[in-house]
Write a protein that binds this ligand. Sequence first.
Ligand SMILES: [Zn+2]
Length: 160
Amino acid sequence: MNIKKGDTVVVITGKDKGKSGKVLEVLIKQNRVIIDGVNIVSRHTKPKSAQEKGGIVKKPAPIDASNVMVMCSCGKATRVAHKIIDGKKVRVCKVCGMSLDKEHAKAVKKDAKKSAKAAKADEVAPKEKKASAKASEKKTSKATSTKKSTTAKTVKKTEE
Ligand SMILES: [Zn+2]
């Protein structure tokens, strides 16, 4: 079960399809969740004491956890991915990559920055390769210069 107490979830199937609410309770053994405002049932109660009134009490009943999806702060219902951050398993939104566990949201952001930097490093790498390719081109340019493109021409100019 990827749902935790306090999560905002969306019901994806059943009579409350489309409804969303906060998870009030997670029943792990039954794989069910109780969601605020979802699957409301009426309980007819008798007055048990002078203070307690009888009547109809409406309250949310548990529904199967597989009928709901976690709502991310990015505004989309998502399936849950997992990521290890600082040795802890963190639930991550599959849509935007943000942590669904608020206490780790910052850590995930940091991680995202890191991967962005890594991506930039990847962008630099091909340039270096080009440079080394040019260098090797210089050495062989005399023999094959007539067939070369503009880059070869510039090489030739610098040689003259
Ligand atoms: Zn998200």
